[in-house]
Design a protein around this ligand. Structure first.
Ligand code: ATP
Ligand code: MG
Ligand code: MG
Length: 548
């Protein structure tokens, strides 16, 4: 079932199991609950769960909630929902904040071993004295504090004796290390802030580099997978596990994060789009969040197949968003009923069709999947077609409707245009056509051919509908010219059209998916659609130049 895209992580695990470095596999997905998950997180989720699954191991969902200011239970709930929607169930659920006491004790151990000290430098001074790639760091004047003094000060830090930023706890490693991460990194900082889980119990919080390896070790994680920017942190990760004398020894492995064209992929930036009201919330269908993609109409299957196809790389790259679109088309091709929707309607009166008559015509639900059967659609004297399917002055090679031309109505008859009705401003508001009963679809009529086939809905019975058509939210990829991504947002990323769908679709439900003939794949909006006000999100259009 697993598509074998190159995955060096799988090979590492295989090696570890063979060499005895590990005898089982435990992975974890460790989001910080400071925003909604995006498609990059989906890649990490899929990777962690599927790797463990492949080796009959376990995967934990762990909230890496060590930064009180930005975290919220709203995010915790949305993350759980998204992971499950993708199709995964964690074996264990953990909160890093539940380990604060243990982390504190491990920090005391480091102090007692002379491996950590309380430092009074402020953040700016610490940054400056850590040096650079070409310059070694300068030891802090507080580096040689005694164990007893450090223990006392650290306890005072915990008890709230100091203000934010007044003191930190630092590891005592090597201020001359070529790896800047090892130049006495900060382990704890003071933050007088309420935490979503621990409330006001703590006013010191562990830094990521200290907390993460401990979390992994406490939970018995064997393979801790993270993105490439942490590669240089790995020696520190190993130092923490070793010096804190953790019983379980987890190992960190890095892979390239997912980047997509025309897409911002950072919770901080996505949050800005929400806060500046450029989008209508985290689950706006234009957002690359899992909840936005779900609302747009993406399926878990499409996202999993996409993740498998792109595989796991060791170097950063940017994946074309068209690839993601390819996988939703593939997934819906045989599943979604193919129906007709008129997005921008113009009325057509079929003048030779009796006023008091109507009929039901048979239409296939999916010509590529005959198992989906047929449905009946009404036809009568008045129908709607797409404004674009008529031209008053047809350009060359235009095969749709114009005065004197005949086209095929999908699933119905040939019609020929004989008259145009205009309003006072000269705008065409109605077309007069005649139909030829002999050309009825399905009867095998071969008398003559027409070049154009257009879609339509019955004017009397069609259901009014709103269509939301999307374009990329971000026009350009990240530029180096110093401009913010907010300056590259697309003012036309949402277009709303009001038209009609076939009457059978009145009963469609939230998240039902359709292929509208010639328009693409659409999803019933879960928030705004109702029986008397249908709202469809266009997932993706039909055409793509993309080839795998
Ligand atoms: P962001 O910068 O968007 O906030 P993050 O890495 O800070 O992302 P976390 O909540 O810490 O967000 O991420 C949880 C997990 O998801 C981490 O293991 C992280 O490496 C992974 N992850 C985040 N973004 C991506 C991405 N673009 N591609 C692959 N994995 C990602
Ligand atoms: Mg993070
Ligand atoms: Mg982050």
């Amino acid at each position: 079932e697993h598509k074998s895209s190159s995955n060096f992580l799988r090979n590492i695990i295989l090696e570890d199991l063979k060499s005895g470095k590990a005898d089982h596999v435990v992975t974890r997905f460790p989001p910080e609950p400071n925003g909604y998950l995006h498609i990059g997180h989906a890649k990490s989720i899929i990777l962690n769960f599927e790797l463990a699954d492949e080796f009959k191991g376990k995967t934990h969902l762990r909230f890496d909630d060590t930064n009180p200011a930005k975290e919220d239970t709203e995010y915790v709930e949305s993350i759980k929902e998204d992971v499950q929607w993708l199709g995964y169930q964690w074996d264990e659920l953990f909160f890093a904040s539940n380990y604060f006491e243990e982390m504190y004790n491990r920090a005391l151990l480091l102090i007692k071993k002379g491996k950590a000290y309380v430092c009074d430098l402020n953040a700016e001074e610490i940054r400056k004295t850590r040096g650079s790639l070409t310059e070694p760091g300068q030891p802090s004047p507080w580096r040689e504090r005694s164990v007893a003094e450090n223990l006392e000060l650290f306890e005072e830090m915990r008890s709230g004796a100091f203000k934010d930023g007044e003191k930190v706890l630092r590891a005592k490693i090597d201020m001359a290390s070529p790896n800047i991460n090892l130049r006495d990194p900060v382990l704890y900082r003071i933050a007088h802030a309420s935490h979503h889980n621990t409330g006001d119990k703590w006013c010191i919080y562990p830094m990521y580099d200290f907390a993460h390896p401990l979390e992994d070790a406490i939970e018995g994680v064997t393979h801790s997978i993270c993105t490439l920017e942490f590669e240089d942190h790995r020696p520190l990760y190993d130092w923490i596990v070793r010096e804190c004398e953790m019983e379980n020894v987890p190992h960190q492995y890095e892979f390239a994060r997912l980047n997509l064209t025309n897409t911002v992929m950072s919770k901080r930036k996505l949050k800005q789009l929400v806060e500046e009201k450029i989008v209508d919330g985290w689950n706006d269908p234009r957002m690359p969040t899992i909840s936005g993609l779900r609302r747009r109409g993406y399926t878990p299957e499409a996202m999993r197949n996409f993740a498998r196809e792109i595989g796991v790389a060791k170097a950063d790259s940017v994946v074309d968003t068209k690839m993601l679109e390819h996988f939703i088309r593939e997934d819906l091709k045989l599943k979604a009923p193919r129906t007709m929707a008129v997005l921008k309607p113009i009325k057509v009166v079929i003048t030779n069709y009796p006023e008091d008559q109507a009929e039901m015509l048979e239409a296939e639900n999916n010509p590529e999947n005959p198992e989906m059967g047929v449905r009946m659609i009404p036809f009568s004297r008045e129908i709607y077609i797409e404004q674009d399917d008529f031209a008053e002055n047809p350009p060359p090679k235009y095969h749709r409707l114009y005065l004197g031309n005949e086209v095929r109505l999908k699933n119905a008859y040939f019609i020929k245009c004989n008259g145009i009705v205009k309003d006072e401003s000269g705008k065409v508001i109605e077309l007069h056509c005649t139909y030829d009963p002999e050309t009825k679809s399905g009867t095998g009529f071969t008398g003559r051919k027409v070049k154009g086939t257009i879609h339509w809905v019955d004017a009397r019975q069609a259901a009014p509908a709103e269509f939301r058509l999307y374009e990329p939210l971000i026009l350009e990829n990240e530029t180096d010219d110093g401009t913010s991504f907010l300056e590259h947002t697309n003012p036309h990323s949402l277009e709303i059209a009001h038209g009609f769908v076939e009457p059978t679709m009145k009963t469609s439900k939230s998240q039902d998916k359709f292929q509208f003939f010639r328009h693409g794949y659409f999803n019933v909006d879960p928030l705004h659609s109702s029986a008397d006000h249908l709202v469809f999100n266009r997932i993706v259009s039909l055409k793509s130049s993309f080839e795998l």
